[in-house]
Design a protein around this ligand. Structure first.
Ligand SMILES: CCCCCCCCC/C=C/C(=O)SCCNC(=O)CCNC(=O)[C@H](O)C(C)(C)COP(=O)(O)OP(=O)(O)OC[C@H]1O[C@@H](n2cnc3c(N)ncnc32)[C@H](O)[C@@H]1OP(=O)(O)O
Ligand SMILES: Cc1cc2nc3c(=O)[nH]c(=O)nc-3n(C[C@H](O)[C@H](O)[C@H](O)COP(=O)(O)OP(=O)(O)OC[C@H]3O[C@@H](n4cnc5c(N)ncnc54)[C@H](O)[C@@H]3O)c2cc1C
Length: 627
């Protein structure tokens, strides 16, 4: 029934202050206040409806996204929202669009790789959206291997210009979001060629389309690369293809913070690591970790609420059937994901601190923590996106058949999220970077260099140094094992940051106890999953392993009465969740039934096509039957 909270009894079971937990999840009272205000602003505005997304044909879907992005921009300016509030608004609009790349990569690339003069010229235009930018690095033939990119930027000293060119089909830029139909400019990555010498990949600002009529400029071929996985989902984004035919740009459009080209064509590399040219990717990877906790918590919220609503089997003497959330199998699948959502939230907070710290050190030309920042952002991006993508799919399965309906919100959530395992770095390629970092650490231990920070624990593997094995030779052969070691390293970081969070002052009755239980579920479920490794290396005895499993089950029972309150603490509106199964009031069956009749297929009792394709069949079969 409308207005009834079907989960009221579940909410009464909570053993902690949910409002206090909302502040922990939001990060601060201020963040919670802004989230509440902006989330309501979006949810109450019919212009931001999204329940029709999976039913629109692509051209209509895309135009609708352009409309929403323009309307959002209008509201941001009308209400004079701050950058923080505007970012929250785009988050709660919850629709991938060209603006993600304009604000999430194009502007950060100019801020991170541009000189002060270049920032002064381009950022005001970008902040006012008088130009719209994308990040054009990946090509048809290369994505992971950035040093393999083929687009060229050849310096012409006669005209003080770079000539940007796509020499081969595989050098076509391919995938950049916002490129296909909207962006007027791109930060384009190309091989810098001076006087025949290849200086490697650098970033260049290139205008793609006229600011007058939006047509591609001379020498530019640009378009969308076509439909992607799932209905709605990432098809609101115009991932594009781009080719250059000897396009000329002024020399001052090469991003020159890290390295410069003088008027005379002299290449100057500041005494900074060349990898700073990858800085934008590092920035986005650390943001993706916090983003993973948002996506995972949305799926877990839906699956937890529905698991409390759904009853199946177990009726005693005609009484109510058992809530599926009470089955230990359901808890063993759901609660580790609930714990992971909180764990990723906290490691995302730490990673943001680490990134900020590294950026401050770079200002002082201190590059000492750059390798660790690279390893942590790469590894945690890989770990959290893989667990989140698999976790959203598990949440769909936890909801049985109804999880497969678009009105559950889970299919689209999965379809829009899974590319995160690939973009900003394929997850395996990134783990190999972590493995390389770990092996380099091992090789340095023998030289007396003690590891610090997230690899301090490796100081205790001195004995490994006796085997003077050739690290390089073994790396390729053992890369699959090394990737597993890299995952374990990242899991250790997540666990340690969860434990550090618990050592902070956490206000609110019962809040810390709940987080301690979730932390226990996080690391004990990992121990359970990988107990073979721990037993094989004698880090655990069989008895200890059994005790750990007993403790894990006990924690499931501890969390069970608090499960609904723990997902309420995510503070998601029904609009944002966009899920009948995840409704705050748990009023699932009437709303599922109501929604079914809104499907366009039910606009007519007899479907289009009946008279052409079904009736003749039936008549023919009827004729045969009479024979
Ligand atoms: C929510 C928000 C949504 C915001 C919206 C987001 C929407 C999604 C949009 C998606 C956008 C994209 O996908 S943009 C495109 C993303 N593309 C990628 O991520 C490409 C992934 N590939 C790479 O990053 C590189 O190719 C990589 C794999 C690191 C290899 O690079 P190289 O070959 O140059 O380097 P290597 O030879 O492997 O290593 C040489 C040394 O450099 C170090 N090194 C390598 N990369 C480094 C780095 N970034 N920083 C520091 N150091 C680095 C290594 O550790 C080595 O150190 P030593 O061992 O000490 O020598
Ligand atoms: C939705 C989406 C949005 C994107 N947006 C952008 C964007 O805005 N801008 C942009 O520039 N790019 C963008 N990309 C491109 C993205 O960054 C690349 O697809 C990504 O970096 C992976 O590179 P790849 O496609 O070359 O994969 P590949 O490297 O070809 O991966 C294929 C397989 O090879 C394996 N592999 C590759 N190298 C190695 C190795 N050395 N050792 C072991 N295994 C290896 C991988 O693990 C994977 O299994 C986007 C991609 C997607 C899907």
């Amino acid at each position: 029934m409308e207005g009834v909270d079907h989960l009221a009894d579940e909410r009464k079971k909570a053993e902690f202050n949910v409002e206090a937990m909302k502040i922990v999840w939001a990060g601060s009272q201020h963040n919670l206040e802004v989230s509440n205000r902006i989330s309501k602003l979006v949810a109450d505005d019919p212009a931001f409806r999204k329940d029709d997304r999976t039913m629109l044909p692509r051209k209509e879907l895309f135009k609708n996204t352009l409309r929403k992005a323009a309307y959002a921009w209008k509201r941001i300016n009308e209400l004079r929202l701050s950058e923080e509030e505007a970012s929250k608004l785009r988050f709660y609009v919850d629709e991938t669009a060209y603006t993600d790349l304009h604000w999430g990569m194009f502007i950060p690339a100019i801020k991170g790789q541009g000189t002060d003069e270049q920032q002064r010229k381009w950022l005001p235009l970008a902040y006012k959206m008088q130009i719209i930018g994308c990040y054009a690095q990946t090509e048809l033939g290369h994505g992971s291997n950035v040093q393999g990119l083929e687009t060229t930027a050849t310096f012409d000293p006669h005209t003080d210009e770079f000539v940007i060119h796509s020499p081969t089909l595989t050098s076509s830029k391919w995938w950049p979001g916002g490129l296909g139909k909207v962006s007027t400019h791109a930060v384009t990555y190309a091989r810098l060629i001076i006087d025949g010498k290849d200086h490697g990949v650098h970033g260049f600002i290139v205008q793609l389309r006229s600011l007058e009529d939006h047509r591609p400029l001379p020498g530019i071929t640009v378009g969308d690369i076509g439909m992607k996985f799932g209905n709605g989902a990432y098809n609101t984004m115009d991932n594009g293809v781009l080719r250059f035919d000897h396009v000329r740009i002024p020399r001052n459009q090469m991003l020159m913070k890290v390295s410069q080209v003088t008027r005379e064509g002299k290449y100057k590399q500041s005494d900074v690591p060349r990898q700073l040219v990858y800085g934008t990717m590092v920035y986005v990877r650390q943001r993706i970790v916090a983003d993973a906790s948002c996506y995972l918590s949305r799926a877990v919220c839906i699956a937890t609420r529905y698991s409390a609503v759904r009853r199946q089997f177990g009726s005693q003497n005609g009484g109510p059937e058992t809530q599926v959330i009470d089955y230990k199998t359901q808890q063993s699948r759901l609660f580790p994901l609930l714990a992971s959502a909180y764990a990723f939230r906290f490691v995302g907070e730490w990673l943001e601190w680490l990134y900020t710290d590294v950026m401050q050190r770079l200002q002082a030309n201190d590059f000492s923590t750059l390798p660790e920042a690279h390893a942590c952002t790469a590894g945690l991006k890989s770990l959290t996106t893989s667990v989140t993508a698999d976790g959203i799919e598990e949440c769909r399965k936890l909801c049985g058949g109804h999880g497969y309906l678009c009105t559950s919100g889970l299919p689209e959530l999965f379809a829009v999220y899974v590319p995160a395992c690939t973009y900003e770095g394929d997850n395996i390629v990134l783990l190999l970077q972590v493995a390389r970092f770990l092996m380099k650490t091992v090789s340095q231990i023998g030289t007396g260099k003690q590891p610090v920070g997230t690899i301090a624990y490796m100081g205790r593997i001195e004995h490994l140094m006796q085997c003077r094995c050739n690290v390089q030779r073994g790396f390729a052969e053992l890369s699959a094992d090394l990737v597993e070691a890299a995952v374990a390293h990242c899991q250790l970081i997540v666990v340690s940051k969860f434990i550090e969070k618990l050592q902070q002052d956490i206000p609110g009755e019962g809040v810390k106890q709940q987080l301690e239980a979730l932390c226990g579920i996080y690391y004990l479920s990992l121990l359970h999953k990988h107990q073979g490794d721990f037993l094989a290396t004698s880090y655990l005895t069989p008895k200890q392993s059994a005790l750990a499993n007993d403790q894990l089950r006990a924690l499931y029972s501890k969390v069970r009465p608090n499960a609904i309150a723990l997902v309420d603490a995510f503070n998601y509106s029904d609009h944002f969740l966009s899920s009948i199964l995840g409704r705050y009031d748990g009023n699932v069956y009437p709303k599922l039934y109501e929604a079914a009749w809104k499907d366009p297929l039910n606009e007519s009792v007899v479907p289009d096509g009946y008279h052409e394709y079904v009736r003749p069949l039936l008549k023919q079969q009827l004729h045969t039957a009479r024979l």
